[in-house]
Design a protein around this ligand. Structure first.
Ligand code: ARG
Length: 580
């Protein structure tokens, strides 16, 4: 509907240009908003105010002219001018009914595929493997996964890339410690990578001899010494299986096949440096190979370098990312490369994107975007820590989520068996953690608070999951197949109209999530749908209604609500429950 209205307005602008009311050369982006106050209409635009100046007209007069110039159509029921020159539109009821019917019968709920299907490479999760995944790894995995699901739903070809850090000096220290332990002890110690890392670090700091061995092992690893490689591979395998456990528990769709580790680019790193050299971009600075980019300056106005090779010959994070861009463009044939990485790495990505274009590693058509996110904070307003003040392992965090959800359910009087309760607790616990993250604007920090995220009230997973079971339980009682109602929609009550109008916005919302990589749009929308359903359900009798036509229509509205909640949650990577 939004698109239809947009083209009607574009036609109105063109008509006024033809009449000479508007100069032929003006071009304007038509902005349509949803008025907060629903009584104002379904859409509003500031178009007349935007064009008043070039038209040399008073905005209200121009608004009138625009309305008069809108072509004959069946979409609009009314257009009004408000305030200094806003135009409010009301959509025709028949249109709404037609859209509603389409959403009900369509398995995609009326969500249109993207106009142009692209190959989109999404870099997300991408933890360093030296340590176990911790709370800082939550956001990339959860947000990236949801955006991947949305883009796939819109018909894009999505390639997931887990750019894990499996290389670098820390691994020398870990290998040295592995060598010291006998096989049995090693197996035990590696089951907790966090303590393993700490123990290795302790040895490293204590003993110069150990530290030297660690440094030698880095060299041996990098030169491909077989024993050393084998040991390293063993460590990486264990660390990756820890990650996989976390992904499986979180319902994050990453597998071993999506892992394209930093080490996979090793052989290409000398080529990257050589190519930069041939293009005359390299400058030697204190023995290091650097590229100075004029686009990035420090506060004294000096260009900042991107270091691609250290004086000792070692390569860096940036070098690997340059190789990865080439691979994603040339081998994976990506049209768009997306990176879901902490926003503190913003400068790094701006630099490598700029450099990749300069060096011709990224063609001008290739779209490159870093989607940063804020930090997970504790209630004290500082980055979230475990009780002992250390970083919180993700595995522990998820255990706690499930435990807390179970305790909450046990307090409630439910008819669930113990087994069902355990399952519900697991889904509610994990979904609460995910939803708390997804429902916040990704660019802000957010406060990790168990009580808020597990609450059955407000914009939370428990609230939405519960709302869903409330709708579906009605179908059990009504003994109807919610997807096979053939009676037409009839809308009379204000609350059912309100719900219906929201339900047909699903298409628009899903597309906006894809455009901005902002899953919180979808969360806010689903929350609104659940709220609108609740008002409708309280005010409008469904099963008890004596008029069969109304009863059928209301059941159908409930069915579409359930379908929308379910599909929406699934795009967020959250499963629904039949009862809770
Ligand atoms: N391993 C990095 C870290 O933990 C994130 C990698 C992100 N992806 C990338 N292509 N640089 O900070």
């Amino acid at each position: 509907m939004k698109e239809q209205l947009e083209s009607l307005l574009a036609a109105a602008v063109a008509n006024l240009q033809q009449q000479g009311t508007l100069p032929a050369e003006v071009s304007v982006r038509i902005q349509l908003d949803r008025p907060r106050d629903k009584s104002h209409g379904d859409f509003a635009t500031n178009l007349a105010m935007m064009l008043a100046k070039p038209a040399q007209m008073n905005p209200r007069a121009l608004a009138e002219a625009l309305i008069a110039a809108i072509p004959e159509n069946t979409v609009l029921a009314a257009c009004d001018i408000a305030g200094p020159g806003f135009i409010n539109f009301k959509i025709d009821q028949q249109q709404l009914l037609a859209q509603l019917e389409r959403a009900y019968t369509d398995e995609r709920l009326g969500v249109e595929p993207a106009e142009q299907a692209k190959t989109i490479v999404i870099d997300y999760s991408s933890p360093n493997l030296a340590k176990e995944m911790h709370v800082g790894h939550l956001r990339s995995a959860i947000i990236g996964d949801s955006v991947a699901r949305v883009l796939e739903f819109l018909g894009h070809r999505v390639i997931r890339q887990n750019h894990v850090g499996d290389w670098g000096t820390q691994f020398g220290m870990l290998l040295a410690y592995m060598e010291e332990l006998d096989t049995d002890a090693l197996g035990m110690e590696l089951s907790n990578l966090e303590t393993f890392y700490k123990a290795a670090k302790k040895r490293f700091d204590e003993s110069e001899e150990f530290a030297q061995r660690a440094r030698d092992l880095v060299v041996a690893l990098q030169s491909g010494e077989p024993k050393c490689r084998e040991l390293w591979q063993q460590f990486i395998d264990i660390s990756l299986s820890h990650c996989q456990d976390v992904y499986d528990r979180l319902g994050v769709q990453l597998t071993r096949d999506d892992v394209m580790a930093e080490s996979a680019y090793n052989d290409d790193l000398p080529n990257v440096v050589e190519d930069l050299r041939q293009q005359g971009l390299l400058v030697e600075d204190q023995g290091a190979q650097c590229v100075f980019l004029d686009e990035f300056k420090n506060k004294d106005g000096e260009s900042l370098p991107v270091i691609v090779q250290k004086s000792g010959g070692g390569y860096l994070y940036a070098t690997t990312d340059l190789a990865a861009i080439r691979y994603r463009q040339n081998v994976l044939h990506g049209d768009h490369l997306m990176y879901f990485v902490d926003q503190r790495q913003g400068l790094h990505f701006q630099q490598i994107f700029t450099l990749a274009r300069k060096a011709g590693f990224a063609s001008s058509e290739l779209q490159l975007d870093h989607y940063g996110f804020g930090t997970v904070m504790g209630k004290d307003g500082r980055p979230y820590k475990s009780r002992d003040g250390g970083v919180t392992k993700l595995a522990d965090l998820l255990d706690e989520a499930e435990k807390r959800a179970l305790a909450l359910l046990q307090q409630k009087n439910t008819s669930l068996t113990d087994e069902e309760q355990a399952h519900v607790a697991q889904v509610v616990g994990i979904s609460s953690v995910k939803y708390a993250d997804l429902s916040k604007n990704r660019t802000s920090d957010y406060i990790f608070d168990w009580d808020t995220m597990l609450s059955f009230e407000g914009n939370t997973a428990p609230y939405l999951l519960y709302a869903y079971t409330r709708v579906t339980s009605m179908f059990g009682r009504a003994q109807v197949d919610p997807l096979a109602i053939t009676a037409p929609f009839v809308l009379a009550d204000e609350r059912e109209i309100n719900l219906a109008k929201l339900l047909v916005q699903f298409n628009e919302v899903v597309h906006s999530v894809a455009d901005k990589a902002m899953p919180h749009f979808l969360c806010g929308y689903l929350y609104e749908v659940a709220g609108a359903f609740s008002s409708f359900y309280e005010a409008c009798p469904i099963l008890q209604h004596e008029d069969e036509a109304v009863r059928q229509s209301r059941l159908k509205l409930a069915a579409l609500t359930a379908k929308t909640l379910r599909q929406g949650l699934s795009l967020l990577g959250i499963p629904t429950l039949e009862k809770m």
